[in-house]
Design a protein around this ligand. Structure first.
Ligand code: 5GP
Length: 190
């Protein structure tokens, strides 16, 4: 997606540990016009799959998933990273190791909001080592729902996540694929 790649080149900052900061349009301040285009692109890429629900993970996935859901006219469910009194006792859980934070945490989705009849599209902001997506995939599978695809805004193709998901037979589409972020410069796969 050219518009997105352009924005990454203009506003992306590279930090230690191959972390790409895109705080001014994706991870802190949100550019709703750009994210609306992201939602339209995901809707085009995952058309005709009978998606009934979008699943994401808090916090950064929520805006992207919501703008995609608006186009697809389906609900969004987001996995929670912390236990709270508001969460039902009956949950589907999975463990996720965070690449950026260096910790493992449990993500949870109420059993009320995913069922065997659902055809699920997973949406997230970044794909690095694939741990967040694997956790969401595990929750979809445990619920008996069908995973129809994974949509990622920024894939760091030099890490192992994309290959792992494709090897697992997952229908993966990433809107910007980064081949390398060495020496302060960002190179895309295509
Ligand atoms: P994975 O589970 O694929 O290793 O990492 C995905 C998650 O880690 C994303 O949801 C995102 O929050 C975070 N992440 C991984 N790499 C980056 C990065 O380079 N920049 C930012 N902003 N987040 C990242």
């Amino acid at each position: 997606m050219e518009l997105l790649k352009q924005r990454i080149l203009e506003d992306g900052r590279i930090e230690e540990g191959n972390i790409l900061k895109v705080d001014n349009f994706l991870n802190h301040q949100l550019d709703i016009n750009l994210l609306t285009e992201v939602g339209k692109e995901f809707t085009r890429l995952f058309a005709d799959l009978g998606i009934t629900k979008i699943l994401t993970i808090e916090a950064s996935g929520i805006a992207i998933a919501s703008l995609t859901a608006l186009q697809m006219d389906v609900p969004v469910v987001f996995a929670k990273k912390t236990q709270s009194k508001n969460l039902d006792n009956e949950t589907w859980d999975a463990k996720v190791h965070s690449y950026t934070k260096g910790i493992t945490y449990t993500i949870k989705v109420s059993k009320r909001y995913l069922s065997e009849s659902d055809k699920v599209l997973i949406i997230d902001d970044f794909l690095a080592n694939g741990q967040a997506c694997l956790g969401l995939k595990e929750i979809v599978e445990n619920s008996g729902a069908e995973l129809k695809g994974v949509g990622i805004v920024i894939e760091k193709s030099f890490q192992q996540g994309a290959k792992m998901l494709k090897d697992a037979g997952i229908n993966l589409h990433s809107l910007a694929r980064i081949a390398s972020i060495e020496d302060g410069s960002i190179d895309f796969v295509e």
